[in-house]
Design a protein around this ligand. Sequence first.
Ligand code: AMP
Length: 290
Amino acid sequence: METIHTVEWMKQAARQARAEGRLLGFVPTMGALHAGHVSLVRAAQQTCSPVVVSIFVNPTQFGPKEDFTKYPRPREADVGLLESLGVEYLFAPEAPEMYPPGFSSHAEVEGLSSRLEGRARPGHFRGVATVVLKLLEIVQPWRAFFGRKDAQQARIIQQLARDFHLDAEIEVCPIVREPDGLALSSRNAYLSAEDRRAAVVLNRALAEAREAIGRGERDALALAARMRDLIAHEPRAAADYVEVVRAETFEPAVTLRGACYAIMAVFFGSTRLLDNMLIEERDGKFECTL
Ligand code: AMP
C-alpha cells in the first residue's frame, strides 16, 4: 500500500490509474477503522481496482464544543488493517494540505442539511459536503462508497454529486452491527461499560418499530412516539432526536409511504450515537432493514 500525504501526489496517482483504464473505488473515512469501514472497502473491491481509502479527521465538520481533538487516531492499526485488506492507496493528508491559508470556498446542500443532524450540529454538513467535494475532485473515482449508518450524510452526498455534475457513482452500503445490534462506530470506544450495555436500546427501539410495522402500524408519528418512549425508559440514554422521516427529504413523515427512515441520535453521557432503519414500501408491504 502506498500512503500519500499531498493533494498533488494523490491526483497524480489517480490520474495514472485512470489512464491505465482502471476503475477507481474510493472509501472516505476519518480513521479509527472498524468492521463498518472494512465492509465499505470490501464492497469497493468487488467492482473497483485500485481502491483508495482516505483517512482525514476533517476539522470543518466538528463544532467548537465537539470531539475533534480527542477523536481517536490509531494510525498504525489503521494502516495495518488497510494493508491486510489489500488496499492500494491510503490518502492521509494533514489539515493544512486540505485547507491551505486563504481557503475560502464551501459547499452547502440546502434544505437537507438543515434537518435532524444538521439542526443538532450547525455547520456540520457544510463541513462534510465541502470535504467530500474536495476529496471527490482530488481522487475522481468511478465509484465512492458510504455507509447507511450515516443515512442523512449519504443522502446529502448523493445530492451534492447530482447538483455539481460529479462523475462518481455514490454507493450506499448496509450498516454493520455488533452481535447485540449496536451499529459499529468509532465513537463506541468512548462508551463506559454501563453505557455500552445500555446502548442496545437504540437497536431495540428500531426492532420494536419494525414489529409494529409488521403488525400493520402505518402512523409514522405513533412509531416515532413509541421509539421515544422506549428510549426514555433507559435512564442512561438521553434522546437528541428520534423521528420517522422521508428518505428523500428527511422531513418528518406522517404516514408510512415509499421509503422512510426511522432515525435517531441519542446521548449516553457525552457520547452521541446514531442509528437508523430503512423502511421501504414494496407492493403495498413494508420491508424494514436494520
Ligand atoms: P467515519 O470514519 O465515521 O467518517 O465513517 C466513514 C464511512 O464509514 C462513512 O461512510 C460511514 O457511514 C461508514 N460507516 C461508519 N460506521 C459504519 C457501520 N457501522 N456500517 C457501515 N458503514 C459505516
